[in-house]
Design a protein. Structure first.
Length: 376
């Protein structure tokens, strides 16, 4: 018996989710064995898989069954893979959509803070579409607000509203609201400043203050909190400029803190610095159980083929060890094992290039095995 036990709520979800989750669990088991900890994983339903299961049981289709939320709340940490797929693409009002499961669990667990570290691996420089010299010294952390803004404002659709449509009074009218309280901004900005103070001491607060009222308030809050952190060099940047700077001069960034939607967009963009969206892990923290997941989606086009890159899922486990269990030594071991896997030339197909020997292109499970092999 291990001397410690942690309960992990595992949510494989859809598409490549179950395949990469198997690798996350494999790595957790190996880490547990090395550090005398039992990670007791229990699968729950989320996303399209949950919609299908609730439909099959004759229940109201839902992407986040109550049992899943309860299990997540009761667990020590949640490990999620991905949700969504063409099977559930339905724009009809009121239809259940896999993504609702993700948003609902973020809200249900109070996960207002989403961390997306963007780390360069020398071995993968060739996989990035950017010139290698631009990638020198890139190591940034995107801090994304996760339970407010456009994602959680009012979403409305109406028929026949006066003045709607092009030049007419009849037609559909849709409206999404971007809503923030000062408090919601304050807690993420403060966390980001604290992170910057522990890192390289630079923070960039990204907004659209030249247009949006929420952004003007965001900027005021950022300035006020910045006064508490005299050692952090802070700047503001409009989101359009930030998007350009991320590819023009990514090395300038240390911590980026931003609103939910901006963070969603910028983090996909930033992932390409590393060569593949398949490398980017994320941690969502807040008032309840923390949740760890890859930043990428369910990749339905390659689901079931055993070729998906499991590294973002495995690096999500690394973040879990750090943030939920303070197992820094184990986290460092895991980070080093991933690094060694790449340094020794092992690749999944998304990060392989012309110079990768065919026998070094691995499937999902074999890539997970390599990481485990290099743990000790
Ligand atoms: C992400 C994803 C989600 C988001 C989708 C799947 C709802 O893109 O985690 O970045 O937009 O937050
Ligand atoms: Mg996204």
């Amino acid at each position: 018996m291990a001397s410690k036990m942690y309960a992990i709520c595992t949510l494989p979800g859809d598409g490549i989710g179950p395949e990469i989750m198997a690798e996350g669990k494999k790595v957790l088991a190996a880490i547990g064995a090395r550090h005398d900890v039992e990670f007791r994983c229990q699968d729950q339903l989320i996303g399209g898989a949950a919609i299908d299961a609730t439909t099959a049981r004759g229940q109201k289709p839902t992407a986040l069954p109550e049992a899943t939320l309860q299990a997540a709340q009761a667990a020590d940490a949640v490990l999620l893979s991905a949700v969504g797929g063409p099977k559930w693409t339905n724009t009809e009002a009121g239809a259940a959509r896999p993504e609702q499961g993700l948003l609902a669990i973020r809200k249900g667990l109070g996960l207002y803070l989403n961390l997306r570290p963007v780390r360069m691996y020398d071995a993968l420089r060739a996989a990035s579409p950017l010139k290698p010299e631009l990638l020198e010294g890139v190591d940034l952390l995107i801090v994304r607000e996760l339970t407010g803004g456009l994602y959680f404002g009012k979403h409305e659709r109406e028929w026949g509203v006066e003045g709607a449509g092009v030049g007419g009074t009849r037609g559909e009218h849709a409206c999404d609201t971007m809503d923030y309280s000062e408090y919601e901004v304050e807690r993420v900005v403060r966390w980001a400043f604290e992170a910057a103070a522990r890192r390289r001491g630079r923070l960039c607060s990204v907004d659209k203050a030249n247009v949006l009222e929420t952004s003007r308030m965001w900027r005021e809050v950022a300035h006020r909190i910045g006064e508490e952190f005299p050692t952090v060099e802070a700047c503001d940047m409009y989101v359009d400029n930030a998007s350009m700077q991320l590819v023009a001069n990514p090395g300038q960034f240390d911590v980026i803190v931003t609103e939910n939607t901006f963070g969603d967009i910028l983090s996909d963009e930033a992932s390409m610095l590393t060569g593949s969206l398949g490398m980017l892990a994320s941690a969502s923290l807040g008032s309840g159980t923390a949740l760890y997941e890859p930043s990428h989606g369910s990749a339905p086009d390659i689901a079931g083929k055993g070729i998906a890159n499991p590294l973002a899922q495995i690096l999500s486990v690394e973040l879990m060890l750090r943030y939920s269990f303070q197992m820094d030594e184990a986290a460092n071991e895991l980070a080093a094992a991933v690094q060694r896997t790449l340094d020794e030339g092992w690749r999944t197909v998304d990060i392989a290039d012309d110079s990768t020997p065919a026998d070094h292109v691995l499937g999902t499970a074999a890539m997970g095995d390599k990481v485990v092999e290099f743990l000790g």
